[in-house]
Write a protein that binds this ligand. Structure first.
Ligand code: NAP
Length: 241
């Protein structure tokens, strides 16, 4: 395999209609892949000519099975789905935490990724890869992140087991730091600005990430045939702050 070349590979990005996933899809297209995007709505994917768009819901096994049957064999899968923690109101302290909302977050982030893995495996190439998404809070200590941290840590733990179980297919995780995507639109503008300033102050690089910077980590995980069972941190150095 020629490193750096996704030419003629089939890449599926579930969650590729916006944010980090949309940037993964753009880079994979530039590298010559046949790119498929799965999401519930279209948003930015409409502007990405060359990719094939599929309406799908990672909370539905039937929807995912139909998607993979339509696409057929796939070489690399990136999964960037989640439910916004801000929308669910679980970016709070334990005394105020609503456990029903925590379960919805877990369903939208961890279980949805697990469903995609289950649906993908019968269609995944023998030398293929799946790249999951966690977040810097899996290991960084952050205010109001007790349940967000736990869900992200579960994804990383799961990927380590799957990398051994599913070899030679490769399973990795990208752990983004705070990234400028639409996910924070659910926050009140003044709270969002305060949050962004607070994170920028504590991260060694003194800014939050652009989604295209994070997207490169997924493409690296697809391209390097010897990377498996690992967490690629793209947090501006937050873990060493
Ligand atoms: N942005 C950050 O600061 C940050 C930090 C740490 C970790 N992360 C993680 O990075 C990943 C991407 O985040 P982002 O900020 O790029 O998110 P985003 O801008 O909100 O985009 C999420 C994408 O996932 C799709 N999606 C959500 N639920 C879905 C479902 N059930 N089925 C199919 N598609 C679904 C959305 O489209 P539809 O809603 O139309 O389906 C959209 O395309 C997430 O796992 C997030 O937790 C982000």
């Amino acid at each position: 395999m020629q490193a750096g070349n996704l030419k003629d590979k089939t890449v599926l990005v579930i969650g590729g209609s916006a944010g980090i996933g949309l940037e993964v899809a753009k880079i994979a297209l530039e590298l010559g892949a046949a790119v498929h995007i799965g999401a519930r709505g279209k948003t930015g994917a409409d502007k990405l000519s060359g990719a094939t768009y599929h309406v799908c819901d990672a909370k539905s096994d039937a929807s995912l099975q139909a998607l993979f049957e339509t696409i057929g064999k796939v070489d690399h899968v990136a999964i960037t789905v989640h439910e916004s923690a801000a929308r669910l109101g679980i970016d709070t302290t334990a005394d105020k935490m609503n456990l029903a909302a925590v379960m919805e977050y877990c369903d939208g982030k961890f279980l949805s990724q697990y469903r995609v893995i289950q649906a993908a495996l019968p269609h995944l190439a023998a030398d293929g890869s799946i790249t999951l998404t966690s977040g810097v809070a899996s290991r960084a200590t952050m205010a109001n992140h007790s349940t967000i941290s736990a869900v992200n840590a579960a994804i990383e733990a799961c990927a380590r087991q799957l990398a051994k179980e599913q070899a030679p297919r490769r399973i990795n995780v990208v752990a983004p730091g705070v990234t400028a995507t639409t996910t924070y639109d659910a926050m009140k503008p003044e709270l969002k600005e305060q949050f962004v300033q607070k994170i920028a102050a504590l991260v060694p690089l003194k800014r939050i990430a652009a989604p295209e910077e994070i997207a490169l980590a997924y493409v690296f995980a697809m391209q390097s045939g010897y990377v498996s069972g690992t967490v690629l941190d793209a947090s501006g150095g937050q873990l060493v702050a």
